[in-house]
Design a binder for this molecule. Structure first.
Ligand SMILES: [Zn+2]
Length: 340
């Protein structure tokens, strides 16, 4: 039996922590080696297509005003479309910057916004799936599933088919609504024909997933079966989001952080993440909407304090300052590499 005095014990634990952390870093490097080893820095611009009522305080969560989007449309008799106008603006902005993006779309948009998904596909952008109705699938307190695996698969297959019928292309990418993603969800996604997911945000402020994300960074990797931790190989790829690490990791991929933190910090985080390898930037068209949204939903006034023209200006600032960065849709990151 080894007899440590306190000093030796301290050294032992530090050595053990060092080797464990070093091991995790090597595993992530190997898992995402193809993406890390790229000579040219590359970024994917991703856009989540959902409207103001899709957020959890209005529809589809345990604390929402309406149980579901169907329930919302049964009861709501005022204007609901605050999405079409800013989406058109975003499409023009992407043309201006010559960017082909990946759009993660809530499938029920097809029913309530005739022609909107077609207009995105027609401009040559990749169509990904952002769920059937943007409902939360993971209890954030217990991290337990809020629906059965069968229901998740049935709903997601239906959403995938709707989007494929409209776009005329196979839909291979998924983003979990509200970024609430779990290992079991990735297993289902792989089973029903998805090739990648882009929902994981590694940071020190929150973890919306059911895994510790200890071995995860901002570079793509192959997740383990039943978990979001890196594995050495698997067909499925996870494209995690950007973060800025200053000892404390801040999510800097866009979305709410673009509204709260401002463009400079987001850009800093994107640039730092790009030094690690491929990463992801995202925002919503409704972030740039200059209309006032209907005043319903718990917590909404705080959620929407910053939006409109100021956010469009921030997006432009970020895109203007990414010289030398190759911007590609996520599907191209798969086809660029053999064996995935
Ligand atoms: Zn969303």
């Amino acid at each position: 039996m080894v007899d440590f005095d306190n000093r030796d014990l301290w050294k032992y634990y530090n050595f053990r922590d060092f080797t464990v952390n070093f091991g995790k870093k090597i595993l992530l490097r190997c898992s995402g080696a193809k993406y890390h080893a790229q000579k040219n820095r590359s970024l994917s611009v991703t856009i989540d297509i959902e409207d103001w009522y899709h957020i959890p305080s209005v529809c589809g969560s345990s604390f929402s005003v309406y149980n579901s989007v169907e329930d919302f449309f049964e009861q709501w008799d005022s204007k609901y479309d605050y999405l079409s106008r800013p989406t058109k603006k975003i499409l023009d902005l992407l043309d201006e910057f010559n960017i082909t993006a990946t759009f993660f779309i809530v499938a029920d948009i097809a029913e309530h916004y005739p022609g909107l998904i077609e207009s995105i596909a027609k401009r040559g952008h990749e169509i990904g799936c952002h769920g059937a109705h943007h409902t939360c699938k993971l209890d954030q307190r217990t991290k337990k599933p809020m629906m059965s695996i069968e229901d998740f698969e049935t709903g997601t297959i239906k959403a995938k088919k709707i989007l494929e019928k409209i776009s005329g292309e196979e839909v291979i990418g998924y983003r979990a609504p509200n970024a609430m993603v779990a290992g079991w969800m990735l297993d289902s996604l792989e089973k029903i024909g998805f090739k990648y997911d882009s929902s994981v945000s590694k940071n020190s402020l929150y973890n919306k997933t059911d895994s510790s994300l200890e071995g995860v960074s901002s570079i793509p990797y192959h997740p383990s079966a039943g978990s979001l931790e890196p594995a050495l190989s698997r067909n499925l790829v996870e494209f995690p989001w950007a973060y800025y690490d200053m000892g404390f990791k801040i999510p800097t991929t866009g979305g709410p952080m673009l509204r709260f933190l401002g463009a400079r910090l987001i850009l800093k985080g994107l640039k730092q993440s790009l030094n690690r390898g491929h990463t992801v930037f995202y925002f919503h068209p409704i972030d740039i909407s200059d209309e006032k949204f209907p005043d319903i939903g718990k917590g909404r006034p705080l959620y929407w304090t910053q939006k409109g023209k100021i956010i469009e200006t921030r997006i432009r600032y970020i895109l203007n300052n990414l010289e030398g960065v190759k911007i590609v849709p996520l599907k191209d990151m798969l086809s660029d590499h053999d064996g995935i």
